[in-house]
Design a protein around this ligand. Sequence first.
Ligand code: MG
Ligand code: MG
Length: 255
Amino acid sequence: MVEIKTDTALERMREAGRVVAHALAAVRAAAAVGVRLRELDAAARTVLSEAGARSPFLGYRPSFAPTPFPAVICASVNDAVVHGIPDDYRLRDGDLVSIDCGAELHGWTGDAAISFTVGTARPADMELIAATQQALDAGIAAATIGHRIGDISHAITTVARMAGCGMPADFGGHGIGRQMHEDPHVPNHGRPGRGFPLRHGLALAIEPMLMAGGSNDYRTDPDGWTLRTIDGSRAAHIEHTIAITDDGPRILTLP
Ligand code: MG
Ligand code: MG
């Protein structure tokens, strides 16, 4: 069931989204060559805790997962696409890192992700990150009254295809509100004019995941969580929580 949010609820989601943005900024500031992924998780935990927010990631266990998620961020490095578990891995020069974070504040949730490089960036990684940002921007721009979910999907698909990138077929964005994952699903692959009609008060997480190798195939690590590209190519993942409004799409996960 799709819940249309009141304007008051959207204001609450904006506050949760602000906490997510601050947590991601803290992670990015802490990320450097030699820093452990676990330390990035600690940086996000501090922000959530100081804001009085709960993590919707910690202990989360969707049907595909063998174990509850053990952290407040997903940290996916290089060929990891999404759902990487922050462990003792130390960041190396030239790593491409995607960080996903959520926060629940006063019963409402925000969800966002960033991709960045550490140390000396490879030009190809900068292009991949730029294409992923462009796919997100196109998806958000399509999130207007009169459009449908498929128009968002199609906008993302178009950018990914032009960049020669693949996207895992089974993972995408989602409705969001009281829960992190609500209806409707927001596929990254899709056709225009299809799916749930967009209306004022609909809140969505939009999250393109681009894989540089161009294949849509992926594999899952033995940990049951980490998604990796099938060909070892690198991946980027950028996400915002937005609200559809009569005045256009409103990003809720900005600082
Ligand atoms: Mg997310
Ligand atoms: Mg999400």
